[in-house]
Design a protein around this ligand. Sequence first.
Ligand SMILES: Cc1cc2nc3c(=O)[nH]c(=O)nc-3n(C[C@H](O)[C@H](O)[C@H](O)COP(=O)(O)O)c2cc1C
Length: 374
Amino acid sequence: MSHNTFGHLFRFTSFGESHGPLIGCVVDGCPPLIELTEADLQGYLDKRRPGQSRFTTQRQEPDQVRIVSGVMTEEATGRQLTTGTPIGLIIDNVDQRSKDYGEIRQQYRPGHADFPYDAKYGIRDYRGGGRSSARETAMRVAAGGIARKVLEGVRIRGALVQMGPHKIDRQRWDWNAVDDNAFFCPDPQAAREWETYLDGVRKAGSSCGAVIEIVAEGVPPGWGAPIYGKLDAELASAFMSINAVKGVEIGEGMAAAALSGEDNADEMRTGNTGLPHFVSNHAGGILGGISTGQPIVARFAVKPTSSILTERRSVNRFGAEVDIRTKGRHDPCVGIRAVPVGEAMMAIVLADAFLRHRGQTGAPATRWPFPRPA
Ligand SMILES: Cc1cc2nc3c(=O)[nH]c(=O)nc-3n(C[C@H](O)[C@H](O)[C@H](O)COP(=O)(O)O)c2cc1C
């Protein structure tokens, strides 16, 4: 199986399955001399870790990351620095329960990757979805932690803006509230309402979808590339590669279709920072595939968790019709734990874009405004 690598100059390759002994990744292309310890990555992994509230799967994985290559402690200072060589990261799987999956060995769970994996490879790791499990996303979060270290001055934050049919009130958006509730919700009132809603969904053995918004501030103008390397295209690819994601938007996204040209095109004035000031940000910080210096704003929608307690109709690998009730431990709304994963993918795309921009132009900072001809 190929396609386990993401990125160009800053690239990572992940490996491992849901119920194997461990998962891991190799991050290649990280510049040397960046201070990096396991503690730098653990905080992000703890945000994604399962079993932290009644609203996420009860699988208990400590997700302790180990850095096994690519760093060295500098004798003079005692600081652990990247060496420019591949950084190997490992996380042990400690709470696999394969017996939950015995029954579905030969059956295809609706909404899961079981059938297409079998049809493609003729063999499938049925334990927790094997490679198609979102357990793999822990490695993206770890790699994303390294990407953030490459991105000095860039702040990446994510939030859940819709749970099932219930949207936040954007007037009440408060970034400080995001870590004060179980949903990474920026609207404290919506978070309280979602508790009741998701408790109902969970107790009914059902599930719901969600929309996640990721914002990157401090990205200078110039990152990204034209045509086939568009920053928005790379972000869409990154978010779409996350399990259960079915839609991606940049800036105004689908809603742009309903706006007029007057309303949608972001007007510009001379700013007082030396860069143009955009009066609005319908573009989501990207024009022509290249960053404008405005915040980069992206959203993605995740579908409702497919593993639910209600019996569903399906078929098995011998072509017989069966009824399936998915046992095991599951997230009633996978959107919650997708927030740190989305942040990580934003960081990975931006770190890669930054290094390629520096590689081509030699300059991390913008050279605008250009001198007037004499
Ligand atoms: C953080 C995270 C956790 C997930 N946990 C579950 C889960 O507990 N049960 C489930 O049915 N799907 C879960 N998923 C989604 C499945 O992995 C995914 O739907 C499945 O592999 C099919 O792939 P696709 O939806 O991307 O087409 C999760 C997704 C994410 C991002």
